[in-house]
Design a protein around this ligand. Structure first.
Ligand SMILES: [Zn+2]
Length: 415
């Protein structure tokens, strides 16, 4: 995944915590006379001693000789902190060292907030007290799309690769109850031929808008099973299409049972509206045979999973004309079809609700996946739908697979 990193100096600059000319002067002085940039910045009155001391302590803690000016933060880390938390709590991530995230915040002793940030980012939080007014300003700018664009910081929202793709974005990587303040299940897939969602939890439309994903480009929604955290967002997506005065058809693909439930759900949510959408809704049933996405060369192959007792639940392989194969398990307990589902895929998105298996609940668990990992033959495995114990273990660095977060985009065209 291509990433652009920003150095600490550039970082201070971007958030206007110090003026460009002052930073340049300081760097100039460092080049000429040497010395520690943190001290030079204090000397110039540009950062507080608290900030410098915190960084020094952190470096000591890590046994790292990293210089302040060379420390970096990945934009992906930024996106893990929800705009709401950043704005309302006035926190701003400053830099990342190993699995530590230095966060400037005006209330550095707020343990609940620190725990929240840790669970959102999967990193250990190192709070640095900063002037409340500065942080507020910076957080407002950084997470407000309009202000970010004005300030030349549109990369915060637009960093997602817009190259050749295909691009897969986790709009929602959370479990049913939004553990870790994550959105409920929703994947956004963009290819040359189509853009569609795979599952659509209630938070999907808001999540798309937070990430700046264009809602008018959606062609349809593919559904894995009939649990609310996977389908209940559908009426809002349709409402949005009405608002956008859509004319071209919109498709919904899933088992007969899911489609029937979604029909009822749409009607319960916005009954009258469903009769006069102004565009055609196409209901595409998929059960045991593969089916193509209308008007494209994209093929969807269903695999029966073990999840709801009374209903067929599906995992999917999605074959793209770009010769890439993506697989998604939906929700499931371990079953032999997972081997077939994962075979020869470029990306396997695997639910992992628990750390250890629970005999009475049909979900996947990490220890089981780890033990059977040789049987999952995908070139890239990413875990999603994680509960609290999984998020905790992931933040402690105890999970050997990649883990998803809201906003993570995978470029399947990349090498
Ligand atoms: Zn489920």
């Amino acid at each position: 995944m291509p990433q652009r990193h920003h150095k600490f100096g550039e970082w201070l600059l971007r958030f206007e915590l110090i003026a460009a000319a002052s930073l340049q002067d300081t760097l100039q002085r460092q080049t000429e006379k040497g010395g520690y940039i943190g001290d030079l910045l204090i000397e110039a009155g540009l950062i507080s001693a608290e900030v410098r001391d915190a960084i020094l302590l952190l470096q000591k803690l890590l046994g790292s000789s990293t210089r302040l000016a060379d420390l970096e933060i990945a934009p992906e880390t930024l996106r893990k902190i929800s705009p709401r938390v950043a704005r309302d709590s006035s926190v701003i991530p400053m830099l990342q060292v190993d699995n530590w995230l230095v966060v400037a915040m005006s209330q550095g002793d707020d343990q609940d907030l620190i725990a929240d940030l840790s669970s959102q980012t999967g990193l250990r939080i190192y709070p640095v007290a900063y002037r409340a007014s500065d942080i507020q300003e910076a957080a407002q700018s950084a997470y407000d799309p309009r202000r970010a664009i004005q300030a030349g910081m549109e990369w915060i929202h637009d960093e997602m690769p817009d190259g050749d793709g295909p691009l897969l974005t986790f709009v929602g990587s959370g479990d049913a109850i939004g553990t870790g303040a994550r959105n409920q299940t929703c994947l956004h897939l963009r290819t040359e031929e189509a853009a569609f969602l795979i599952d659509c939890g209630p938070t999907s439309l808001t999540g798309m808008k937070q990430l700046g994903l264009p809602t008018h480009q959606l062609d349809g929604i593919l559904l894995t099973h009939a649990h609310g955290d996977h389908f209940a967002g559908v009426p809002f997506i349709l409402l949005e299409q009405v608002e956008l005065k859509r004319e071209r058809p919109f498709w919904l693909m899933g088992t007969e049972a899911v489609l029937e439930i979604v029909k009822q759900w749409n009607r319960l949510a916005y009954g009258g509206l469903m009769d006069k959408l102004g565009f055609e809704l196409r209901w595409l049933a998929i059960e045991h045979e593969p089916r193509s996405i209308p008007g494209t060369g994209i093929m969807v192959y269903p695999f029966a999973m073990h999840h709801q007792k009374e209903r067929l639940c599906l995992g999917y392989q999605i074959h793209l004309p770009e010769e890439k194969i993506i697989a998604f398990t939906g929700d499931t307990a371990w079953n032999d079809n997972l081997e077939l589902l994962s075979r020869d895929t470029d990306l396997l998105i695997c639910e992992c609700s628990f750390y250890e298996p629970k005999s009475d609940i049909r979900h996947l668990a990490y220890t089981e996946l780890f033990e059977k990992r040789e049987r999952l033959r995908s070139r890239h495995l990413i875990l999603t739908h994680m509960g609290s114990e999984m998020l905790q273990k992931a933040s402690n660095g105890e999970i050997e697979f990649d883990t998803a977060y809201d906003g993570l985009t995978v470029d399947l065209g990349g090498k």
